[in-house]
Design a protein around this ligand. Structure first.
Ligand code: NAD
Length: 495
């Protein structure tokens, strides 16, 4: 099948000399340094962005602060919800444009951009829109003694923290950006986003669409740039909360910076080394398509996706044979082809990182399926299954964030839990079985933020998501995000 036709609006957007999006409009940066955007499927330059400096960051934060105090503060919760729903409608109307920008910029398969990234962004926006009218405090009855007949009452207010800095990774720029925008706006905060330098285009376009939706200028700002631009944002005294999604080392550095910046609130959604347990009774034929989809969606570059597979020894050979055969059926091709299954990795530096693990697996003769780099333009490699050499095998304990799945047999459930919990990460895990008793005993013992049963890598706005251990601090979605974006104020009254 041939590649889809790129929309004229997308071509025009790529040709623009992009600046930042500040106070409701594109603003050129005084900094003349630019960062080139490379299409990972072709290695061709498709556009470039400004690298935000102190002046740009200050302008954006001032705009967000002004909008927080004035425009957004004076819009009722109901109207905030209406505006977020309007934004969802417009994202739906611009779905193909946003999906194409995302695919050209990140190498995501076009159908994943359309049906996962953009379509789910709309679902999340509408979910968060509903929260705008439901954020409330509590009333309390103090136990203070009444000396002269006076009475006491108390209540709490949930108040927006103020300007949020949203720092976004490259793997799902639009969707993760929207999680941060929607959490901030529905609680009454405003936001300055710093997308990944590799994939900033869809969020730059979204900021324009938000103005079309009627969201006042300054409520959503986007400053592009590298890590240093993010650091400038965190250091700004007007930024009251940092919402970061990215790797563990960057998350730790950001956490320290936020503490140094007068205890700026921080939530961290970080990496994982997610484990799958396939118990002795598992129906491998039934589960395999879902297992592979959840592991290899967006070429495995998903924080929640599994990378470590523990398979009961009675089913190990069967699993390896069936998984290898299925992986070889993947059609690897341009992400702009609608019937392809698997595209390139998202950028050159990440490709080199993943290739390092592939080289290691080849040196140690661990490869069970795949393992080849495609000799063509673009950052393509085969989805790969490797045999783990033990619990200290780097492929089995370091986050790869790519299409390399490592497998190890296990004998007893006690040994299984200990192994699944080994390591610094604690983002997600899954158990595949119909043995309810075993599953229910395992769930409380797994040291992760999310456990799935007979599924993996499904995020839903009604279910909290976040990491245990070094995989993060805080939770997104459901009602769990509210605490992170609001300050709880206590009021006591005597009458
Ligand atoms: P990264 O940590 O390299 O960068 C993330 C963002 O932080 C980018 O915008 C980058 O420019 C910025 N940044 C880098 N250094 C910074 C600094 N010192 N100060 C401020 N900002 C800085 O991560 P990445 O490579 O873009 O993304 C991949 C990682 O993200 C993986 O580890 C993955 O597991 C994780 N991730 C986690 C989740 C989650 O919800 N838990 C979701 C997606 C991705």
């Amino acid at each position: 099948m041939s590649e889809i036709t790129i929309l004229a609006s997308v071509q025009q957007f790529l040709q623009r000399q992009h600046g930042h999006f500040i106070d409701g409009e594109q603003k050129a940066s005084l900094n003349t340094q630019r960062f080139e955007l490379i299409n990972p499927a072709t290695e061709q330059t498709i556009s470039s962005i400004s690298i935000g400096d102190k002046h740009d960051v200050e302008q954006a934060v001032q705009s967000a602060h002004h909008a927080f105090k004035q425009q957004w503060a004076n819009i009722s919760p109901y109207e905030k919800g209406v505006l977020l729903n309007k934004l969802a409608d417009l994202v739906e109307q611009h779905a193909e444009e946003l999906a194409q920008l995302e695919t050209l910029n990140s190498g995501k398969m076009i159908n994943i951009s359309r049906h996962l990234e953009v379509a789910q962004s709309v679902v999340f926006l509408r979910y968060f829109a509903g929260w705008a009218t439901k954020i409330s405090g509590k009333t309390m009855q103090p136990s203070l003694p009444s000396m002269h007949g006076e009475k006491y009452t108390a209540f709490t207010l949930r108040q927006p923290v103020g300007v949020v800095a949203g720092i976004v990774p490259w793997n799902f720029s639009l969707m993760i950006g929207i999680w941060k925008i929607a959490s901030a706006l529905t609680t009454g905060c405003t936001i300055v986003l710093k997308p990944s330098e590799y994939t900033p285009l869809s969020l730059l376009r979204l900021a324009e669409i938000a103005i079309e939706a009627g969201i006042p200028k300054g409520v959503i700002n986007v400053v592009t740039g590298l890590g240093e631009t993010g650091q400038l944002l965190i250091a700004s005294p007007l930024v009251k909360k940092v919402s970061f999604t990215g790797s563990v080392p960057t998350g730790i550095a950001i956490g320290k910076m936020a503490m140094d910046s007068d205890l700026t609130r921080v939530s961290l959604e970080l990496g994982g080394k997610n484990a799958v347990a396939i118990l002795a009774d598992a129906d491998i034929d039934q589960y395999l398509p879902s297992l592979l989809q959840s592991s290899l969606v967006h070429q495995g570059q998903v924080c929640a996706a599994p990378e470590r597979f523990f398979v009961h020894q009675s089913r190990y050979d069967e699993f390896v044979a069936k998984c290898s055969a299925a992986m070889q059926q993947f059609k690897i091709s341009s992400p702009l082809e609608e019937d392809a299954h698997f595209g390139p990795l998202s950028n050159a530096s990440h490709f080199q990182k993943v290739k390092h693990y592939l080289d290691l697996a080849r040196e140690n003769q661990q490869i069970l399926a795949g393992g080849e780099i495609l000799e063509q333009h673009g950052f393509y490699m085969q989805p790969t299954l490797v045999r783990s050499t033990g619990m200290n095998d780097p492929i089995f304990c370091e986050e790869i964030f790519g299409p390399i799945l490592a497998v190890m047999p296990f004998e007893h459930e006690d040994e299984l839990i200990e192994k699944m919990n080994q390591g610094r990460f604690g983002l997600t895990a899954s158990v595949w079985s119909n043995d309810l008793s075993k599953i229910m005993r395992m769930i409380p013992q797994l040291e992760v933020g999310t456990v799935w049963v007979n599924m993996h890598t499904f995020l839903d706005p009604s279910v909290p998501f976040g990491g245990a251990k070094a995989s993060g601090i805080g939770r997104e979605f459901s009602d769990a995000f509210i605490e992170d974006y609001t300050e709880l104020k206590s009021v006591m009254m005597c009458y």
